[in-house]
Design a protein around this ligand. Structure first.
Ligand code: PTJ
Length: 267
């Protein structure tokens, strides 16, 4: 970070009062705006984040039990994986670059840039952001091949990454690619605040939570489960049912809205 950047960040932090009830959320928005200016994020990423914020409101802006359950299954799946890969887009690089690197060190998995709105300048900027966060190796800029049946720019994947992965962790993903990866028999772990999205419905494990909370918790869970043997880890994965867990998330939102509406009219 250069001096001007550091100065800007400080002045924005100063502008948002310490006791502002939405301070954390506003600081996240500032991070995204900065990432937009640095070619990491696309404008569409801001819109996607806005949709996410809305679902975060609905789940109470907290990691709920259904997310904890999915994080547990995701950690076990990553520890059991032969060749896990973290797929990184602009929003993830803007918000959780350090956590991505920490997770990749903990489970010894590859980091690959994979963009919906792919352009080589962005790939370079994201690679730099990940390297600044400590990544030693970042895939997705060369040695690419294509995933069949997928027409967006996301069909371009690294031959040494997603193409040969057995488990792919992704966040804020579009439904087509999640479906394509699942069709290729890959286990997909998705982080998506919207339990109704096609990605959420198609993934093998969906963590319905904000990626800024979910990823640090996933790192913590991997460290916690590392001492378990394979049989115990397999048992965790076997006992997790993604459809049931998504249903819990949807029921939670529905019950919460009902309780809030009853509070309003004093029932
Ligand atoms: O960087 P690129 O070019 O790969 O583009 C990335 C975006 C995010 C623009 C692209 O993948 C996209 O358009 O995504 P969608 O289809 O809008 O899906 C984003 C999903 O992520 C939606 O279901 C949102 O509710 C969810 N979401 C948004 N913010 C968060 C989130 N989920 C977890 N944490 C968030 N902070």
């Amino acid at each position: 970070m250069d001096n001007t950047q550091a100065g800007n960040e400080r002045s924005i932090r100063n502008l948002i009062p310490l006791n502002h009830p939405r301070r954390d959320s506003l600081l996240i928005r500032e991070k995204l705006v900065e990432a937009l200016e640095n070619n990491i994020l696309v404008p569409q990423g801001l819109i996607a984040h806005g949709r996410g914020e809305c679902f975060d409101y609905l789940i109470g802006e907290k990691t709920q039990d259904f997310a904890e359950n999915a994080i547990n299954a995701a950690a076990a799946t990553l520890l059991l994986a032969k060749y896990p890969v973290i797929s990184v887009n602009g929003n993830m690089a803007a918000l959780v670059a350090k956590d991505i690197v920490e997770l990749s060190n903990e489970v010894n998995c590859k980091i690959e840039i994979n963009l919906f709105y792919r352009d080589e300048k962005r790939v370079k900027a994201i690679k730099k952001a990940l390297e600044n966060a400590g990544a030693k190796e970042v895939l997705g800029d060369d040695d690419l091949t294509t995933i069949p049946e997928l027409f967006s720019e996301r069909r371009k994947v690294s031959k040494n990454g997603i193409y040969i992965a057995d488990v792919v962790l992704l966040g804020l993903e579009d439904g087509d690619r999640t479906e394509a990866l699942v069709r290729l028999n890959k286990k997909v772990i998705a982080i998506d605040l919207n339990p109704l999205s096609r990605t959420s419905m198609t993934a093998s494990i969906t963590i319905v939570d904000n990626i800024t909370r979910a990823l640090p918790l996933l790192v913590k869970k991997v460290k916690e489960l590392r001492s378990k043997d394979r049989i115990e880890l397999e048992e965790i994965v076997k006992n997790f049912d993604n459809k049931r867990n998504l249903a819990e998330a949807i029921k939670f939102i529905s019950r919460r809205l009902e309780a809030l509406s009853e509070d309003l009219i004093g029932h």
